[in-house]
Design a protein around this ligand. Structure first.
Ligand code: ADP
Ligand code: MG
Length: 682
């Protein structure tokens, strides 16, 4: 047995001071050390001839000194060591600073290897501070060298040596973490070899095999954990069995429009879930404007008709109020009582609502985080709908479900995610997708423009406003510095208000404002009393103002495409042709491609796929935003092929052994438990 828990301080050559530096990198134990993976690798295994060297590259040469080492003292504390060396194609000057001990290191007539950065001016070739080895050594050269993320105080070479020592101490004794049947069926490297080769690969093929094995394990444990969690909800827990007699069709037939095929399909899925005696845990995914709210409303109707209460949780007060309005419009004629619970209401009103909620007079409560408070008590909560899920964590989701007796849960999100990724982000939920917009939606015409176009954009805005429309102007929100951003919104607002559009009513909105102020402005905008609303992304989520038909986005280069798409969804919600103008700075190819994606398509799924392609998942899923656990080695985008196969494998394993209790899956149970405990938090 290896001792993976060993404190790194006691690894040979570490000690107290270095341990502190390693701790800063999150390395405390031997296990942390060997799972501290390289950021990249340098191939120092293939030598080049001097005549082939290119200015600026890092390269390996095999050369023979042709001069003795000369030492030049330039200042009191500064000496330069120089030496010329050659191969059969040319001569290279080697230079080091302050390393006088090198004087005795090299002997003319013998061959050495040097690896370093090449500088080439005309025919003069130099290498500065190269690392070196005797021809047969591989301490610093002659192999693929891992490069680790590290700090200035802990040099690459030291960290590399510590990791090498750590691996050496383990000496192949790490216990296998994957069951033998998986290792052999999928031709995976055994763990010891994988650890060895991920740090010090013999060849790039070996590296690939090592990476495959480690990525496989990381994704598999995540996927198994999610599926096991899903089973935990569904297999053991008894939920509410809503009656077949409460028919969704009653409310569907009362709507002023007919539902799309996609809406009907997801409603059927939801209806089936609700009628089962297991709690529903379903994700409803649909592009902005695809009509998710009405789906939630119909589910809530069924819940209430069966004698239970429903809770609808929205990310902002504005949105909650908007939902209340839509719900009342349709449900009041059925005698269903809806109320709003947000933090802005008076104490008296709040107490009244809480009272009526507890004794069952309120059927549907719509609100924000305020719904999570302890004093919110239901008589019999049957359904929880959370809107725009990425704003709430799983924890919050479960803290509201605990107010009922295993109520059904519907999570709605407008972030379109390719299915494979949805399985890892929301693997604990069943997934329904609305992949169709209501008919007669006009495409939002989108233009991407650079600086010099401001005047034309403003003329265009005026024309639309004069026709009676309203406009949004959005500027980027950098979360870390909301203070600064609030300022930039106000400055921009002043500029537009006084200089550009003095004849119109211009207002601004940003996250630093009090909820009450925000709501008041939004209300005014909704009522048509404001022509131009300048805002940070606080308007991103769901507000519905059909008369606003134009959106200008400042510094569009700072937004993710998925977010731009989300923002753009604020217009095009009424009968008018709508426009989105993306002002951007910069001229990189990637930026132009990103802008082109936006002008070419209105399809959220296409956009999110392109966005990922152009940015990589790392940024696409700001980990914070989505709350996905961080992966040490897997990358959801680069490793998509492995992810797909791992998902199929995980499903097979869980179907065969839902709780991973079988003997052959003992090791899998361990990795899942070790990573996520008994209950995962994502
Ligand atoms: P989402 O929440 O998915 O962004 P909403 O539920 O806010 O979308 O719907 C956007 C608008 O479309 C709302 O005004 C809604 O009443 C309307 N709507 C929803 N479904 C349909 C439909 N099948 N036909 C016509 N209009 C619809
Ligand atoms: Mg919505």
């Amino acid at each position: 047995m290896s001792n993976l828990d060993k404190n790194i301080q006691y690894i040979k050559g570490v000690g107290e001071a270095r341990a502190k530096l390693l701790n800063k990198l999150g390395i405390f134990t031997l296990k942390d050390l060997i799972t501290y993976y390289p950021r990249t690798y340098e191939d120092r295994s293939v030598p080049k001839k001097i005549e082939e060297l290119v200015d600026g590259e890092e390269a390996l040469i095999e050369v023979m000194p042709v001069t003795r080492v000369s030492e030049v003292r330039i200042r009191r504390n500064m000496t330069i060591i120089k030496m010329s060396a050659r191969d059969d194609t040319g001569v290279c000057q080697l230079t080091w600073f302050n390393q006088p001990y090198l004087r005795q290191m090299f002997r003319p007539g013998e061959y050495y290897k040097f690896y370093g950065k090449v500088s080439k001016k005309g025919s003069k070739v130099e290498m500065n501070s190269p690392v070196y080895d005797k021809l047969d050594d591989t301490k610093n050269t002659g192999r693929i060298i891992p490069i680790y993320p590290t700090t200035y105080k802990l040099p690459q070479t030291t960290l590399r040596r510590v990791i090498e020592t750590g691996i050496h101490e383990l000496d192949g004794s790490i216990s296998e973490t994957l069951p033998e049947y998986l290792v052999s069926e999928y031709k995976l490297l055994d763990l010891n070899r994988a650890v060895n080769q991920i740090h010090f690969p013999s060849t790039f093929d070996d590296f690939n095999l090592a990476k495959k094995r480690l990525v496989f394990e990381e994704l598999l444990s995540m996927q198994l954990a999610l599926l096991a969690l899903k089973n935990q909800y569904t297999k053991d827990v008894k939920g509410i069995k809503f009656s077949k007699d409460a028919k969704m069709s009653d409310v569907i037939n009362s709507l002023p429009f007919s539902l799309t095929k996609a809406q009907l399909r997801v409603l059927e899925e939801i209806d089936k879930d609700m009628e089962k005696d297991k709690p529903m845990n379903r994700l409803l995914q649909g592009d902005v404007g695809s009509g998710k709210t009405i789906v939630a409303l119909i589910a809530a109707y069924k819940c209430v008709k069966c004698g239970y209460q429903a809770a609808i949780m929205a990310p902002t007060a504005i949105l909650a109020a908007q939902h209340l309005e839509s719900f009342n419009e349709i449900l009041s004629s059925f005698g269903i009582k809806c109320e709003l619970l947000i933090s802005g209401i008076t104490k008296k009103k709040k107490e009244d609502i809480l009272q009526r909620l507890e004794n069952g007079e309120i059927d549907i409560i719509i609100g924000t985080h305020a719904l999570l408070e302890d004093n919110v008590v239901f008589k019999n909560l049957g359904l929880v709908v959370t809107d725009e899920q990425h704003r709430f964590g799983v924890r919050q989701r479960s803290s509201i479900t605990e107010k009922g007796d295993n109520p059904d849960v519907l999570v709605m999100t407008a972030t379109p995610i390719p299915r494979t990724l949805a399985l890892i982000l929301y693997g604990d939920l069943d997934i329904s997708i609305i992949d169709e917009l209501p008919p007669n939606r006009k495409k939002i015409e989108t233009f991407a423009v650079t600086k010099g176009m401001d005047d034309r954009v403003n003329v265009f805005l005026k024309k639309n406003i004069d026709e009676g429309r309203q406009a949004y102007i959005v500027c980027p929100l950098v979360e870390e510095s909301e203070e600064i951003n609030a300022k930039s919104v106000m400055e921009l607002a002043e500029h537009y208000k006084n200089k550009v559009f003095p004849e119109y009513k211009v207002e601004y909105l940003h996250g630093k404002m009090k909820p009450k102020e925000k709501d008041a402005i939004m209300e005014e905008f909704k009522n048509g009393n404001i022509d131009i609303l300048i805002s940070t992304t606080v308007i991103e989520v769901g507000v519905n103002v059909p008369n606003s038909s134009i959106m200008v986005v400042e510094n569009a280069e700072r937004f993710g495409l998925a977010q731009l798409h989300q923002l753009r969804g604020r217009v095009g919600r009424g009968e008018y042709q709508s426009y989105c103008i993306l002002k951007y700075n910069g001229s990189s190819d990637i930026l132009k491609k990103r802008m082109k994606v936006m002008t070419d398509t209105n399809d959220g799924f296409v956009i999110s796929e392109k966005d990922m392609e152009l940015r990589g998942t790392g940024e696409f899923f700001g980990t914070r935003q989505h709350g996905i656990p961080e992966f040490k080695i897997a990358n959801l985008f680069e490793d998509i092929v492995t992810l797909k196969s791992v998902q199929a494998i995980a499903i097979k394993i869980i179907n065969d052994d839902p709780k991973l209790e079988k003997d052959k899956n003992k090791l899998l149970r361990n990795i899942v438990d070790e990573k996520f405990g008994n209950r995962i938090e994502i």
